[in-house]
Design a protein around this ligand. Structure first.
Ligand code: ADP
Ligand code: MG
Length: 378
């Protein structure tokens, strides 16, 4: 409060506090665009915001991660501007809220985040969904969370120009405490799955390796999947690679690379289903096995891992009490996750941290995470 008032000054209006989580995908990577399911959880790392209405139609925003001050005049047309930096994320959301004729008002908003930025934990979606949620609540709207997540995805696609799927915004908006979301990103069908790991903990490891190759390789992999699918479609009427039958992939795709890509997609989708079943039955050992298998598939068949992520996963797996580990997200850097017995966490942190540093000269940040609710007022 003190800091808020120091930055934005005094006012009679009430300051309200909100929180948007980040998210991590437990399993199911690079299959959202192939008709498969993803399994994200909203996590307890995220962005907190304090917000207070203004009567002059100006939205001022500050964030602890950047010196750049954002000031948006709602009377003027909002346009993307490279010099606005991070402000473009909230600006895109505000622009779309205006286009949907939601009568939003001015505000002072201060963001405080403990979510690593640009590491694949969806800090961008957290900023977007948080901004939209605050402004809608301030305007007196009951927020339709699904609609909000779609609006934020559209803002990231069209205003920022990042062709992300719906998973990030969906998880940030729709998360539920102690639940994972079994989501089909193409149909938006979603089932909440119990996420209770008993004596085990979900651990997120940030490799701090820049994801420089991620965008170009993402496009390349999408094209490879489309090519593989079109070969199958010459013989069979299948909607996507996940719904093909495995022998079709084996018999109809001759090219080794295309076959390997399709093989990952098909198996990864099986691993997601296995993981869901394991969570429903409280069978954490099976969950860990699916995660291990998924990592090998992403590393060997889909080739989107990197030395750093492989090292983290290897180091994690060699600690007693770790029953599964995998990279998560698009790959080429970002984060890996592990399931670790709660009594072994401190040993795990020491061991993985030391080995990773020795091997890569990079520091790994390790977080114990829980599944939390999506964006909300606190
Ligand atoms: P991520 O995987 O974290 O979503 P992105 O590259 O998609 O990575 O988004 C990161 C961008 O989101 C940052 O460069 C910044 O512009 C914006 N951002 C994330 N967190 C914050 C924050 N707390 N305050 C301001 N901007 C943020
Ligand atoms: Mg993002």
């Amino acid at each position: 409060m003190q800091q808020f008032k120091k930055i934005f000054g005094e006012s009679k209006q009430k300051i309200r506090t909100f929180f948007a989580p980040g998210r991590v995908n437990l399993i199911g990577d690079h299959i959202d665009y192939n008709g498969g399911m993803v399994l994200p959880v909203a996590i307890n790392l995220g962005i907190e915001a304090q917000a207070r209405p203004r009567e002059d139609g100006i939205i001022n925003m500050r964030s602890n991660i950047s010196e750049k001050r954002i000031s948006i005049d709602l009377q003027k047309e909002i346009q993307y501007s490279p010099s606005a930096g991070w402000g473009n994320y909230p600006m895109g959301v505000i622009r779309l809220l205006q286009m949907t004729h939601i009568p939003i008002q001015g505000a002072d908003i201060l963001l405080k985040s403990n979510l690593p930025v640009g590491s694949g934990l969806s800090s961008s979606a957290a900023v977007e969904v948080l901004t939209g949620y605050i402004l809608m609540r301030q305007a007196g709207y009951e927020v339709d969370r699904l609609a909000l997540s779609l609006l934020c995805q559209k803002a990231e696609n069209e205003f920022i120009g990042v062709q992300c799927g719906i998973m990030d915004q969906f998880a940030v908006a729709m998360g539920v405490k102690n639940k994972a979301m079994a989501l089909n990103c193409q149909t938006l069908e979603n089932n909440y799955i119990p996420f209770d790991l008993g004596d085990f903990k979900l651990v997120v490891m940030n490799s701090n390796k820049e994801r420089s190759l991620a965008d170009s390789k993402y496009n390349e992999r999408r094209a490879e999947c489309e090519q593989g699918l079109s070969l199958i479609r010459q013989q069979h009427d299948v909607p996507n690679l996940c719904e093909a039958e495995f022998p079709m992939i084996n018999e109809l795709i001759q090219d080794d690379i295309l076959k390997a890509r399709a093989t990952h997609v098909w198996w990864e989708n099986q691993y997601v289903h296995e993981a869901i079943e394991a969570l429903e039955e409280g069978d954490f050992i099976s969950l860990g096995e699916s995660m291990d298998a998924s990592h090998l598939s992403l590393a060997n068949d889909y080739e989107v891992s990197c030395d750093e992520l492989d090292m983290l996963v290897d180091a994690a797996r060699s600690v007693d009490g770790c029953i599964g580990a995998r990279m998560t997200g698009a790959g080429f850097g970002g984060c890996a996750i592990a399931i670790v017995h709660q009594d072994e966490i401190s040993k795990f942190k020491t061991y993985v941290g030391k080995h990773y540093k020795q091997a890569t000269n990079l520091h790994v940040d390790i977080y114990e995470c829980e599944a939390v609710d999506g964006v909300k007022e606190i």
